[in-house]
Design a protein around this ligand. Structure first.
Ligand SMILES: [Zn+2]
Length: 309
């Protein structure tokens, strides 16, 4: 019997998505439930079990040989546990053991959601064909993952490449992570919106104060809105350049909701990367938008399951 399908799970603070993924990265069967993020550990696991139940009910389930999980972090791949910031009921939750039990003892790979997105972009997306890549998810938070020497490098904990919490501002404000001046504090969607509002930007009649509304204003010529993106781009560029200088990157890929700002973010980002990544071996470094979209988490979880075995 062929067992080359992967059951992929993408676990976030708002939804739990699942799919059966084939060796070409196609999603053959899908299931999804809202994450009961404010409820207890067993309620959240119940939602995971419902998603898995929908997948195991498929006639294709007999072809599943492994399970891949991409989860909001932090994760502990060595221990098989997750502690997603936005799911307070799960702290050190033994997700791998529980999923293994539900799926009849299949091997389970666990990575953080930034690593999963990176695996997807490297397998089928913007980083395909590049052996040394940093992929970023710029959204409510800022995450990422690394490909080095042609292979996904999640690190022993499954979190390597978590660029949102490297410090780029020595005297910057305190970060919820306990450090200060982190990339995320300058470049996440909520922080871009906060910076614009603090500097005097005001939303339109719809009252929309999201980073997407700030991007629309910047595109329409609002200099305060543009400055908030300029600052975010600068912080991301400093983090990308530091990473590239350390591990000798070919490409940085920018995904996540904030990347939907397009050139409002990408143009200053490319400019600032040139300012910071100055050494000769970094001249080849390119910055490209992600292409895998909303399915990146599922495709990446499947890729990680394939890669980590
Ligand atoms: Zn931090």
């Amino acid at each position: 019997m062929h067992t080359d399908l992967v059951a992929a799970l993408d676990i976030g603070g708002t939804k739990i998505a699942g799919a059966l993924v084939d060796g070409a990265g196609s999603l053959l069967v899908r299931a999804q439930r809202p994450t009961p993020a404010r409820e207890g550990a067993e309620a959240v696991m119940g939602a995971v079990d419902e998603v898995l139940g929908a997948l195991t009910a498929s006639p294709l389930w007999d072809g599943v040989g492994r399970v891949g999980i991409g989860s909001a972090g932090p994760v502990d791949a060595a221990a098989g546990t997750v502690s997603p910031v936005n799911v307070p009921g799960w702290r050190g939750f033994p997700l791998v053991e529980r999923v293994r039990k539900t799926t009849g003892g299949l091997p389970v790979a666990l990575v953080g959601d930034g690593v999963a997105m990176t695996a997807a972009e490297h397998w089928l997306g913007a980083a395909r064909g590049y052996d040394n890549a940093l992929c970023l998810v710029v959204s409510t938070g800022v995450g990422g993952g690394l490909v080095i020497g042609g292979a996904l490098r999640p690190g022993p904990s499954g979190n390597a490449g978590h660029i949102g919490h490297i410090s780029v501002d020595l005297d910057g404000g305190p970060c919820p992570c306990g450090s200060r001046g982190c990339v995320e504090g300058l470049a996440s969607g909520p922080n871009i919106a906060r910076r614009a509002l603090r500097a005097g930007w005001r939303p339109g009649p719809d009252g929309d104060t999201t980073a997407a509304a700030v991007a629309a204003a910047a595109r329409a010529g609002d200099p305060v809105a543009a400055a908030a993106y300029e600052r975010a781009a600068q912080a991301l560029a400093a983090g990308i350049a530091a990473t590239a200088t350390l591990v000798d990157l070919d490409i940085a890929v920018i995904g996540g909701g904030v990347a939907g700002a397009g050139d409002v973010l990408l143009a200053p980002l490319r400019r600032h990367v040139r300012d910071y990544a100055t050494l000769s071996y970094l001249r080849r470094l390119t910055v490209e938008p992600a292409v895998m979209g909303a399915d990146a988490g599922l495709v990446g979880a499947a890729a990680a399951a394939i890669a980590l075995r």
